[in-house]
Design a protein around this ligand. Structure first.
Ligand code: G3P
Length: 214
């Protein structure tokens, strides 16, 4: 199971990288805007640190614009993966980029049908958004189960990134279903570390250590 951080904040990325568990990064325009930094500065900082897939999203909505942007973004480095929104133009762009060996991540995916098309077009990754489905009273993880099964049936090579992750339970369910990757906000990664019994255990061991005759 691969773990990506869903963030453009270099401090968060650096911290999680230091834990030795980080396999990649996903960004989007919202996350980059949150940093208050220029786009270029933000991406360069991440590229310098992380040696794993780094998703960066295009903003064009027509395929020609997407492809042009993708070719420019790909120049940031070998790990750059182009995030392309699901649409007719998006599929067309993914197909062209896959033939050029530029890695793609088909994003804003909310149904197994969209995931089938992403794989057929040759996307390197597909990003179903589970949290946003939960927000509108659909079980987001149900589509992960469907996509995992469909991709297995046909041996599709596209890797599933469980995205829009909101809590540690999303991560556990993703793992049980066999999704390749989860991309988590920093707060969720921190929550994964925590367990009250761990804290109690550490406190007790320290207290008992003090009782050992010196
Ligand atoms: O990876 C996609 C993610 O950034 C969307 O998350 O929390 O905005 O639904 P959220």
């Amino acid at each position: 199971m691969k773990i990506f951080i869903d963030s453009a904040d270099i401090n968060e990325i650096r911290e999680v990288h230091s834990w030795g568990i980080l396999d990649g990064v996903t960004t989007n325009p919202t996350l980059i805007a949150k940093t208050g930094k220029k786009f270029d500065t933000c991406i360069r900082e991440i590229v310098e640190l992380v040696k794993g897939p780094i998703s960066v999203e295009v903003i064009s909505s027509d395929w020609e614009g997407m492809v042009k942007e993708a070719r420019e973004l790909a120049k940031y480095g070998e790990w750059i993966t182009i995030k392309i929104p699901m649409s007719k133009d998006g599929l067309k762009a993914v197909k062209i980029l896959s033939e050029e060996k530029i890695k793609t991540n088909m994003t804003l995916v909310f149904s197994p049908n969209q995931a089938i098309l992403a794989a057929k077009a040759g996307a390197t990754f597909v990003s179903p958004f589970v949290g946003r489905l939960d927000d509108i009273s659909h079980f987001g993880m149900e589509i992960i189960s469907d996509i995992v099964q469909i991709y297995k049936n046909y041996n599709f090579k596209t890797e599933i990134i469980v995205a829009s992750v909101r809590n540690p339970l999303h991560v556990v369910t993703a793992g049980k279903l066999g999704a390749h990757i989860v991309t988590c906000p920093y707060q969720v990664l921190e929550l994964m570390i925590k367990h009250p019994l761990t804290d109690i255990g550490i406190k007790k061991f320290l207290e008992d250590y003090q009782k050992i005759p010196k």
